[in-house]
Design a protein around this ligand. Sequence first.
Ligand code: ZN
Length: 427
Amino acid sequence: MATLLIRNGRLIDPSRNLDVQRDLWIRDGKVAPDDFAAERPDDVFDAAGMLVMPGFVDVHVHLREPGNEQAETVETGCAAALAGGFTTLVCMPNTIPAMDNPDVVRRVLDKAAAVRGPRVYALGAVTVGRQGKRLAPMELLAEAGVVGFTDDGSGVQDEALARAAMQRAAALGLRIAEHCEVARLSEGGVIRRGPAAERACLPGLPPEAESDMVARDLRLARELKTSVHLQHLSTMQSVAHLRAAKARGIRFTAEVTPHHLALTDEDAADGGPDFKMNPPLGFEGDRKALCEALRDNIIEIIATDHAPHTPAAKALGFKNAPSGVIGMETAASVIWTHVAQRGFLSPLQMAARMSLAPAAAFKLEGGTLKPGARADVAVFNPDLSWTPKPEEFRSRGRNCPFKGRLLHGRVVCTVVAGEVKYRDALH
Ligand SMILES: [Zn+2]
């Protein structure tokens, strides 16, 4: 019998609406019964003053393997996840080749299993080569273990194809996750259209590029009596569509990234290629609308869209560098600093948005510290302030927009199935 005691912490369990000062006992990989106590635990972590939460679940991660291992590998991505408190992640299929066939999916999942870090799941591509022309073999992808489908990096432009994809996914008991972007509207834009874009002399992209596809997919979900997942939302127009859809009983889940909750187009215009991502950072009003939507549970999921790129690729300048920023190693700290401390989320809500809700959206295990549950845990020290130095990250990516910016709170210990997989240097 292997036992681990996380003692003196504040136990935060969104699955039981529990926020209480209590020790957490783990036995043989599972959360032990409430009355359990061993005389001598095999391992002890002193969590005095810290939040003990279910391990975080990130449903939007780019592991870059196969095809761009200079930017990230399954192994380095998994290490980054653990350092950020993530015990489960879902990787995106825009690899090279794309995960539009079962072989590539199996290769990535096998590799991840061998790492023995966080649990790794994958979304399969919606269309062959993510080209938006014809549907990928979705049944075969489901057999290979994908937990949903997305052409992330682009949205499915053709409405008939998007409709057929939603139907086929639903028949498999799965859902489409949409990267909402109308290509015709975003064409050439690299930053949100507005004064900051003009000042930086960069081609701008209008908010409708995202919100028009959000509206279309919500309409399709209603017509097909199914549910859709909307990825990395960034505009107040999208939030307005979600609020209206919720009121009408349309089924959806939606995610928002830490960077869209913390930063704006002004940061992008001043900050350079490490602030270039797709969708781009919005106006201050968008940022506020996203925080409010998260507070009100209209958007219930925080996902990082962790997107590593090599320094050489990011050195091409704002206009030509690829879109994307890394995020797993800073996510909890950014949420704590920019969202929780500003009063938009309680610790219990933060835990729900980072573990319970994302797990539920893709029917994954996680998000609970109930006795008997698999012991996936993130210990967060709210009193530890730090300044991210990307050269110290476990990720291969260095494209971090929070580099050099003071953050409050940090993950100090990550437990997967009862095993301590990450412990910071101080503990
Ligand atoms: Zn995307």
